[in-house]
Design a protein around this ligand. Structure first.
Ligand code: SAM
Ligand code: DTB
Ligand code: SF4
Length: 374
């Protein structure tokens, strides 16, 4: 059995159609096969260039086309970015994500951003950037500067996409993802739910992600942040259980990936976030701001982690060191982060990840568990 890249839409829709409890139990079972339980990866976002974006993404407060009251800001200076990255590290983040409101970066901007990447990397943080569309040459430039992850979202299903963005195509996005892959970077790619899409569109988004030649290492599931002035400002709220279902299905389809409980946490109860972790989310954005909108207070998040006994995942490049040293000494490796760390067992199981069960096996397991319970 393999981690699958051939999921059909019918299979994805069948997962969405499972009774909620069955879906969550199955997602948590898959989660524990592939990931350390109770462990969440912590990223911090910084908008390094804000607003005045020429694109027309209907959800986005940064588009120049919508009056959202947002003050545009030029590309930040290197030292200011480094200071924010140091603060994120002190607060416990292990990855620093730099976002820019570009359609695609211009050569002089890319030179400045690569300098930022070098600086952030030198702090011992994992680096991530989201700068819009990039060419293969630009992707190689970013990789050479030390960029670990490139975030570029598909946002929604191929069908619903044209209702949301007209200034670039779905294929443009797939081309950027291919360029990022070919340059040897980790791919961070997900979407937004709660944009008025149908359930079939959530299935279509996840099926597209799960049938990419290799799954994105990181899959952010954003709940739309409804910003006044954008065309989606008055969209009806998504049923929270449908949000959790989306997380659970992403977890089952892409078992090795980190699924990020991304934008929208500011409007979620602690209980809904806990349910999302139970459904297989194992990454968050941490810090009081996303790009332009709010995120929970760090103190609140730390308290939530304590209450749930969730611990922060060490950076991927530290995993080998962490696991190796622990195996050699028999003791967990201390970490300077202020967030708690696992005190039992290695945090990651990525060296010996078992394979995913196909849908037929999932269905059989569910039938068996129902019979056993009857
Ligand atoms: N400009 C670049 C681009 O679009 O590729 C990078 C920055 S853009 C803000 C990054 C992602 O943020 C978008 O693809 C979208 O998924 C997400 N995003 C933007 N506004 C959002 C909102 N109001 N709610 C949820 N997610 C949002
Ligand atoms: C992603 O999937 N979500 C983040 C990050 N990638 C760049 C952005 C969320 C933005 C939410 C709206 C804002 O703060 O502007
Ligand atoms: Fe621009 Fe990115 Fe916002 Fe679209 S999502 S308007 S490309 S900043």
């Amino acid at each position: 059995m393999q981690v699958r890249n051939d999921w059909t839409l019918a299979e994805v829709e069948a997962l969405f159609a499972l009774p909620f409890m069955d879906l969550i139990v199955e997602a948590q079972r898959v989660h524990r096969q592939f990931h350390a339980p109770n462990t969440v990866q912590i990223s911090t976002l910084l908008s390094i260039k804000t607003g005045a974006c020429p694109e027309d993404c209907a959800y986005c407060p940064q588009s120049v086309r919508y009056d959202t009251g947002l003050a545009a800001e030029e590309l930040m200076e290197l030292e200011a970015v480094a200071e924010k990255a140091r603060a994120a590290k002190r607060a416990g983040a292990t990855r620093f994500c730099m976002g820019a409101a570009y359609r695609s970066p211009k050569p002089k901007d890319l030179r400045k951003v690569t300098a930022m990447i070098r600086e952030v990397k030198a702090l011992g943080l994992e680096t991530c950037a989201t700068l819009g569309m990039v060419t293969p040459a630009q992707a190689f430039e970013l990789k050479a500067a030390g960029l670990d992850y490139y975030n570029h979202n598909l946002d929604t299903s191929p069908q619903y996409y044209e209702k949301i963005i007209s200034t670039r195509t779905y294929q443009d996005r797939l081309d950027t993802l291919q360029a990022v892959r070919d340059a040897g970077m980790n791919v961070c790619c997900g979407g937004i739910v709660g944009m008025g899409e149908e359930p079939a569109d959530r299935a279509g988004l996840l099926q597209t992600l799960a049938t990419l030649p290799s799954h994105p290492e990181s899959v952010p599931i954003n709940q739309l942040v409804r910003v006044a002035g954008t065309p989606l400002a008055d969209t009806a709220a998504l049923d929270p259980f449908d949000f959790v279902r989306t997380i659970a299905v992403a977890r089952i389809l892409m078992p090795r990936s980190h699924v990020r409980l991304s934008a929208g946490r500011g409007e979620m109860s602690d209980e809904l976030q806990a349910l999302s972790f139970l459904a297989g989310a194992n990454s968050i954005f941490y810090g009081e701001k996303l790009l332009t909108t709010g995120n929970p207070d760090t103190a609140h998040d730390q308290r939530l982690f304590e209450r749930l006994k969730i611990v922060a995942e060490p950076p991927q490049h530290a995993h080998a060191t962490h696991a190796t040293t622990q195996a050699a000494t028999g003791h967990p490796v201390p970490d300077e982060s202020i967030l708690a760390r696992p005190d039992t067992g290695p945090a990651a199981r990525d060296s010996a990840t078992p394979e995913a069960a196909p849908l037929a096996a999932i269905a059989a397991a569910l039938r068996e568990s129902r019979t056993a319970a009857a």
